[in-house]
Write a protein that binds this ligand. Structure first.
Ligand code: TYD
Length: 127
């Protein structure tokens, strides 16, 4: 689900904000991907319990979401919009533009036990 963030337009430059209440979960962690080489793919996992909100704060990239029964592709290229990814969704990130920055807001602290990094395991986990 794409969510639109507040955008405070200003001739000096625009400003968008993400805070508790803007997105569907309390914010516990923020990380970002940058300097992604052309052709590289990121993601390739699902989370058991953590929710995420993904924003292309600069440049563009595609996020492919898979709930086990079908895939949807979201092209992110607006710093004032983000993709809400609930639990138990397999995600891949690809087609990063040069200079793209992928900001991820997470509902949890980093916890490798929350990851499913094997697609077949993901399908089994859904059963
Ligand atoms: P990974 O989950 O493979 O990145 P992505 O899904 O974006 O392609 O994480 C890459 C490495 O970074 C891995 O060794 C775990 C580490 N990492 C942290 O230490 N803390 C974090 O918050 C994140 C997201 C990853």
């Amino acid at each position: 689900m794409i969510l639109t963030l507040p955008k405070i337009e200003d001739p000096r430059g625009n400003l968008s904000v993400i805070e508790n209440g803007t997105i569907p979960f309390p914010i516990k962690r923020v990380y970002y991907l940058y300097d992604v080489p052309s052709g590289a793919q990121r993601g390739g996992h699902a989370h058991k319990g953590q929710q995420e909100f993904i924003v292309a704060v600069s440049g563009s990239f595609d996020v492919i979401l898979d709930d086990g029964s079908g895939q949807r592709v979201f092209s992110l290229n607006r710093p004032y919009q983000g993709l809400y990814v609930t639990t138990k969704i397999w995600r891949e990130l690809k087609n990063f533009s040069s200079g793209a920055v992928c900001l991820v807001v997470s509902s949890g602290e980093y916890d490798e036990d929350d990851y499913i990094r094997d697609y077949d395991e993901f399908i089994d986990y859904l059963k």
